[in-house]
Structure formats: structure tokens, C-alpha cells
Design a protein around this ligand. Structure first.
Ligand code: C5P
Length: 275
């Protein structure tokens, strides 16, 4: 169902090679829960449907590495989403720890700078070699999707358009050796054009049915959304879809519907030229 990348992790192939059989690895379900027991109920419910889960700041702060270990013990792939941003030495240590605990994908803030990202890459590579385990894919967060054009101009005193800043930081991330970025679905196309087809793009802000169908409540706090089909079509490698699955009456059914949409989109877009 999935491909092993150079380092042995299970990832879907680059976006325009994705087939329906691989769509399962394109979908990451975040475990935004306050404790491990609740998170594992969701994991067990989705066990035969979902192979990738995301551990973020809430669960990790409450539970620690056990959150990742419990998923790995169940044979799951883990995106450890802690968005490190600190001096290079500190981030290097944190990324080494994320590697050792068995994360398959983890991330830092691109705005931490070139040296910080280079230190993260070097440290993950070194730790993985030392332990004889696969190196996690490293992603950089560019501009948070909670920041809009008005707050960006005001808080960062910048004249740039957000998309320009996103592409600038994506290129910096690539220069530092990052494998890809976390990005809003609305910026995928420009990042793809700037950074090429091998650059890994993981995108949250996905709502099945899109803004016009899901209504205000189902949008939650996401402002700039796309459907799974649109995001795959724009060139995303993996989608993070949370509440539309975890808060659904039937999470398995909701996940299967999204997987079907990804499969259909992968078929439609399988021959598209993205770069
Ligand atoms: O429930 P929902 O689908 O909105 O969940 C989105 C997930 O993606 C959350 O875990 C959130 O922390 C994460 N995320 C996001 N926007 C970003 C980065 C991460 O929504 N820019």
C-alpha cells in the first residue's frame, strides 16, 4: 500500500504517481485529544482505515513520548507536529529526540532560520545513523494559516503578500535541506512551482465538501480551506484532516469517504504536470 522512501519510512509516492491503492498513506489524522486513553480509542476505531496519525502539542505535552511509542507499537506511522523554533543547538537536540522516539515525520519553524534548519537536518541524520533507524522526513512551517494578510502586515511590519513570504521561506527550507513544508492548501501550487515535484507538501485546512457545503460550524477555526480533491489536485503529498473525521458520528465512514475522494483525485491528476 505504501512506498518506503530512501530512509525506510512508509510514504506515498510523489503526488503525480499516487494511485488509489496508495491513498491511505496520503491521509493523516491528528490526535488532538487531552489524554492518551481518548486518543487510543480513536486510533483503535480507525485501525484498519488509517495508517498515519499526528501527535501535536496538546497530546505530547500531556503524555510525552508514550504517545508516539503507543502508535508505533500499533504499527502506525507518526507525524510528530511540535513545530520547533529555538536556537540551532536546542532544536538539534529536540529533533534528535524526535528521531530516537520513532517519529516518521516531524517539523520546525522555517522562520527559525537557515542555520537552525541545517542543524535540525544534521542532527536527525546523525541520530538515525547512530541508532540504525530511518531518519524522519523534516518539514518546515512557513506562515501559520491562522495569520491573514492584515495581521501579517501589522504583526510583522511587512509589505509582502503572504504567498510571497511562504514561497520565500519554502525556498529557504529547501536550501537548508528540509524535505518539505507544511502549507495552506491555497499556497501549494506556488510552492510546487518554486521547489519542484520532489519537495514534500503536507497540508491541513481540508474540509470535505469545501466551504460552501460544510457551513460555519464544520469549518471550525479554519478560514482558508480546500476539499481533499482540490488539495491533491493542487499537488499536496499528504493531507491532515482532523475534526471532519474525529468529531463525525461515524469516524470510519467519514475517513473512508475522504480516502475515496483522494483516490479519485489521484486518478484524475495522475498525469498532470506539476512543475
Ligand atoms: O480539525 P482540523 O482538520 O482543523 O485539524 C487540523 C490539524 O492541523 C490540527 O491538528 C492543527 O493543529 C494542524 N495545523 C493546522 N494549521 C497549520 C498547521 C497545523 O490546522 N498551519
Amino acid at each position: 500500500m505504501t512506498n518506503k522512501d530512501d530512509s525506510g519510512n512508509n510514504f506515498p509516492p510523489p503526488v503525480d504517481d499516487t494511485t488509489s491503492a496508495q491513498s491511505n498513506s496520503c491521509l493523516i489524522v491528528p490526535l488532538d485529544f487531552p489524554d492518551l486513553a481518548t486518543a487510543l480509542v480513536m486510533v483503535d476505531q480507525l485501525d484498519t482505515t488509517i495508517s498515519w496519525f499526528k501527535v501535536g502539542k496538546e497530546l505530547f505535552t500531556a503524555v510525552g513520548p508514550m504517545a508516539v511509542e503507543s502508535l508505533r507499537d500499533r504499527g502506525k506511522q507518526v507525524f510528530l507536529d511540535l513545530k520547533f523554533h529555538d536556537i540551532p543547538n536546542t532544536v538539534a537536540g529536540a529533533v534528535a529526540a524526535a528521531t530516537a522516539v520513532g517519529a516518521n515525520l516531524t517539523n520546525v519553524h522555517a522562520s527559525g532560520g537557515l542555520e537552525m534548519m541545517k542543524a535540525a537536518k544534521q542532527s536527525a541524520t546523525h541520530e538515525a545513523e547512530k541508532l540504525g533507524i530511518p531518519r524522519p522526513k523534516l518539514l518546515a512551517v512557513t506562515v501559520l494559516t491562522s495569520v491573514d494578510q492584515t495581521t501579517f502586515a501589522r504583526d510583522f511590519d511587512s509589505r509582502r503578500k503572504i504567498v510571497e513570504q511562504v514561497v520565500y521561506l519554502a525556498e529557504l527550507s529547501q536550501k537548508a535541506g528540509m524535505d518539505g513544508v507544511v502549507a495552506s492548501p491555497l499556497e501549494i501550487e506556488q510552492i510546487r512551482q518554486a521547489c519542484g515535484r520532489e519537495f514534500w507538501i503536507v497540508t491541513p485546512g481540508i474540509r470535505p465538501g469545501g466551504r460552501s457545503f460544510c457551513g460555519k460550524d464544520a469549518l471550525n477555526d479554519q478560514k482558508r480551506v480546500m476539499t481533499p480533491k482540490q488539495a491533491i489536485g493542487a499537488g499536496a503529498n499528504q493531507l491532515v484532516v482532523g475534526r471532519p473525521i474525529t468529531q463525525a458520528d461515524n469516524p470510519v465512514q467519514a475517513a473512508n469517504q475522504i480516502l475515496a475522494e483522494i483516490s479519485a483525485a489521484a486518478g484524475v491528476f495522475s498525469n498532470s504536470s506539476l512543475v
